[in-house]
Design a protein around this ligand. Structure first.
Ligand code: FES
Length: 602
């Protein structure tokens, strides 16, 4: 069957019974798939212009791409809102200066040529020269010995040897020591970022990013785990991520042959998929992963297109839902080194929270759901052009700012936080989250207090509302996060936090004051709330250029105490209390209580 996608005009041939979603993937047109194709989220709606489907939908009907199987040639129109837009990806982070101590060394050797009075073997000639430089050798591969006779003589005995750890793995003719690169990756559920680093200087040479191509199989970790249940599903997800990693390598690098080391951070599920290990056990209590320790593996074994001898170092994890990305955040923030207690939060569909100082660090993961990424929110969308990301409400006037000042298409997670906080400050909602029916409020905002889909809603911009259901989703998400924070604070026996460090794209875009107003983060002075950008990516880079940081990562993986919230009796109470804006106990939020008009709290 031939399927044509409009307005792109892309044509693909697929078998009878293929879903529109599968055909769109083949055509390279990624669609929104918040629920991973389960027919729940309704974000994948397309218009069947021509052709027949198994359900016999009428021409011109909006149908769910993930549920509609085609049985004839067809023409499909993909509305702009269904198209998965390129998200603005956060690549930068607060860098830390650390001594250079990479796992890879290239050493130039000018060797004496053999003679009748010097009949040392080719290999001894090299090992002796290295020993003279104080380098203690580990293993020497057979491949290396095979190269020796020809390469030594071709180069007049002037060669550069490559050591990974203490193992001799390769040799290049002449002096190539200036071409020594590594690449570090942060593999997120939504985005993948790669940083090319000069291993001689530790300097970042280039950076590139992509949407994680696995998003078409579901936007959150749980949908991916579900898809990876079968061998084919797992293989498909592994292929996708390796392909994205290779595309990034192609984009950042001049000569991929000169990349000898790769470091990887990511959440535990992403690491499983990258290594082609089934993540199924992560979804089932007691949420155990297949591995926790660091993994070192040859790039060629995974199909990563760098020097075939290159080592891939996957950083260790802490628990099933606190992965190597959190280890990266801890390395970058040095949370475990200061005297003061600091809190690091990386907000995504899954939120990783770490709290501590040099005395002790504890961590937990809170299932915030996809609200912050725009899912389950009526007009929710990711941070792409046209997304409302800032909202100010004052004296009956509503200001909304969109990304790139494009026409409003939806609202981001940070836009939602802003909108709800502003609604709270202006008494449009109460602290229980209910949209007001107070005549006084109606007099000011009557034209914006509307109904959509059978529920009360507040109109932000033309066609874009915040509904009662959206507010409820935000309450669930922020309630889970704050409950997690409060439990960690109780466990650590503290009531004051010196600093809050917000990691990741959402944390960086979060309106700090309004995040406190809704009770998403603790109420401390704003100058002590800091963005640390893509700290996981920074941590990955640190592990690339320093063996000491790798060692530290291993120690952190052992020493950070993991708190499993689902096993806590007090979680439900903490969660219910934290569902209020900002909290049922205003003693936790003294500044917010002063800021927000007291009549909101009823
Ligand atoms: S309804 Fe199709 S992806 Fe969610």
């Amino acid at each position: 069957m031939e399927i044509v996608f409009q307005p792109d005009g892309k044509r693909v041939r697929v078998d009878k019974g293929t879903t529109i979603m599968e055909a769109a993937v083949t055509a390279g047109i990624p669609l929104e798939t918040v629920c991973g194709g389960k027919g729940i989220c309704g974000k994948c709606k397309v218009r069947l212009i021509k052709g027949d489907s198994l359900g016999g939908d009428a021409k011109g009907d909006l149908v769910l791409a993930c549920q509609t199987k085609l049985i004839s040639d067809a023409v499909i129109e993909v509305p702009a809102g269904t198209r998965l837009l390129e998200q603005k990806i956060l690549v930068g982070g607060v860098e830390k200066k650390i001594p250079l101590n990479p796992n890879v060394r290239k050493v130039y050797l000018k060797l004496a040529k053999p003679s009748l009075s010097d009949q040392k073997s080719d290999l001894s000639r090299i090992t002796c020269a290295l020993e003279r430089k104080g380098i203690v050798l580990g293993n020497v591969s057979l491949d290396f010995i095979r190269q020796l006779p020809i390469k030594l003589r071709n180069s007049d005995f002037k060669v550069t040897v490559i050591l990974i750890g203490n193992d001799l793995v390769g040799m290049e003719e002449g002096d190539t020591t200036d071409k020594n690169y590594g690449i570090s990756f942060d593999i997120g559920t939504t985005t993948v970022v790669g940083y090319l680093v000069d291993l001689n200087t530790g300097k970042e040479m280039a950076v590139a990013s992509r949407m994680n191509p696995q998003v078409v199989y579901g936007e959150d970790v749980v949908s991916r785990i579900d898809f990876a249940k079968t061998e084919e599903g797992l293989r498909e997800l592994n292929d996708k991520i390796i392909q994205a990693v290779n595309e990034i390598i192609d984009e950042v690098s001049v000569c991929t042959e000169n990349i000898y080391e790769v470091s990887i951070v990511g959440n535990t599920c992403m690491l499983h998929l990258f290594l082609n290990i089934t993540p199924t056990s992560l979804a089932l209590s007691p949420y155990v992963s297949a591995f926790k320790d660091p993994v070192n593996i040859k790039a060629s074994e995974l199909g990563v297109k760098v020097n075939e001898k290159a080592n891939i170092h996957v950083l260790p994890t802490i628990a099933g839902f606190v992965g190597a990305d959190t280890i990266g955040v801890l390395l970058a923030s040095q949370l475990d080194e200061g005297n003061d207690v600091r809190l690091a939060i990386d907000i995504g569909t899954n939120v990783e929270i770490a709290l501590g100082s040099k005395e002790k660090v504890i961590a937990c993961s809170a299932a915030a759901g996809p609200a912050f990424e725009g899912a389950k929110i009526r007009h929710g969308m990711r941070a792409a052009p046209g997304a409302i990301h800032r909202v100010v409400i004052s004296d009956g006037v509503v200001y909304g700012k969109t990304i790139d000042n494009a026409m409003a298409r939806g609202i981001t997670g940070s836009g939602l936080v802003d909108a709800v906080a502003e609604m709270l400050k202006n008494r449009i909602i109460s602290n229980s989250g209910k949209i007001s029916d107070d005549p006084e409020i109606y007099a000011l905002y009557g034209d914006r207090l509307v109904h959509e889909g059978g529920e009360a809603a507040f109109l932000l911009a033309r066609g874009i509302t915040v509904t009662q259901g959206d507010i409820r989703e935000l309450q669930l998400a922020k309630g889970a996060i704050y409950a997690g924070i409060n439990i960690l604070m109780k466990d650590l026996g503290i009531c004051d936090i010196k600093e809050i460090l917000l990691a990741g794209a959402f944390g960086t875009s979060l309106p700090k004051e309004n995040a406190q107003v809704i009770g998403l983060i603790p109420d401390i002075p704003l100058d002590r709330v800091k963005d640390i950008g893509n700290a996981a990516g920074v941590g990955s880079k640190m592990a690339l250029i320093s063996k000491n940081e790798r060692l530290k990562a291993e120690l952190l993986s052992e020493k950070v105490e993991y708190v499993e919230l689902s096993g806590r009796k007090d979680f439900q109470d903490e969660f219910m209390d934290a569902m209020f804006f900002p909290h049922s106990n205003l003693d936790y939020f003294p500044n917010v209580a002063r800021l927000v008009h007291s009549t909101s709290f009823r």
